[in-house]
Design a protein around this ligand. Structure first.
Ligand code: MN
Length: 207
C-alpha cells in the first residue's frame, strides 16, 4: 500500500471525558478537534502550495514557506506525542517513572522531585506559547529538559523527545483561565510514564 502523502489527525488513545477533572471534556475536545487539526490542515496546505508552485514553475517565497511549514509540522508532531504521553489518572496516568527511564532521571537530576521541579519551571516560564519537553542526548547520554517556543523554536536538533507538555493557552484556558501553574500541576496526575519509558527503550535499542 502506498504510504500517505499528507498528514491526518490521529485518534486519541482515550475518550474526551477520561482525563477529567485534570483536563475537561470541552477543553480536550476543542484542543484536539480544532487546534491540533489546524496544524494538520496548515501543513497540508503548505504541501499543496509547494506542489502547485513546482507544477507552475513560478517563484516561491522559500523563507516564509519553510517557516510556516516548520511551525505546522512542529505543532502536528508535538500534539501527537502529547496525546500519547497522557493517560487517565490512576489508569496509566500519574505516579513516577519506573524502569530504565526512572533510573536515568534519578542519575541526571538526583531525584524524581528535582526533575519535576525543573520540568515544571520550564513549562511555567515558557515565554508566550510553547512546550516543555524531556529529551535525550545521544552524545552525552543525558536526559535534558527542553523549553520549546511556539512549536519549533529552541528545539535541540534531532534529540528524540520522551515526554511533552503543551502550555499554549489553548491547552488550558477553559479549565484554568490564566493559571498555567495549576495546569502544570494537574499534568503530573495524567502523565503516562509507561509511554515515556517505552519511547526511551525503543530509542536505546535503535542506537
Ligand atoms: Mn496545543
Amino acid at each position: 500500500m502506498e504510504k500517505p502523502h499528507f498528514y491526518s489527525l490521529p485518534k486519541l488513545p482515550y475518550g474526551y471525558k477520561e482525563l477529567a477533572p485534570f483536563m475537561s471534556e470541552e477543553q480536550l475536545q476543542l484542543h484536539h478537534e480544532k487546534h491540533h487539526q489546524a496544524y494538520v490542515t496548515g501543513a497540508n496546505a503548505v504541501f499543496e502550495k509547494l506542489e502547485q508552485a513546482r507544477k507552475a514553475g513560478g517563484d516561491l517565497d522559500m523563507k516564509a514557506t519553510l517557516k510556516e511549514l516548520s511551525f505546522h509540522i512542529g505543532g502536528h508532531l508535538l500534539h501527537g506525542l502529547f496525546w500519547e504521553n497522557l493517560a487517565p489518572a490512576g489508569r496509566g496516568g500519574g505516579g513516577q517513572p519506573a524502569g530504565i527511564l526512572g533510573a536515568a532521571i534519578d542519575k541526571e537530576f538526583g531525584s524524581f522531585e528535582r526533575f519535576q521541579t525543573e520540568f515544571s519551571q520550564a513549562a511555567v516560564t515558557d515565554e508566550g506559547s510553547g512546550w516543555a519537553a524531556l529529551s535525550w542526548c545521544r552524545m552525552s547520554n543525558r536526559p535534558l529538559v527542553m523549553q520549546i517556543e511556539k512549536h519549533n523554536v529552541d528545539v535541540y536538533p534531532a534529540f528524540p523527545i520522551l515526554l511533552v507538555l503543551d502550555v499554549w493557552e489553548h491547552a488550558y484556558y477553559l479549565d484554568y483561565r490564566n493559571l498555567r501553574a495549576k495546569f502544570v500541576e494537574a499534568f503530573w496526575s495524567i502523565v503516562n510514564w509507561e509511554e515515556a519509558n517505552r519511547r526511551f527503550t525503543t530509542l536505546l535499542k535503535g542506537s
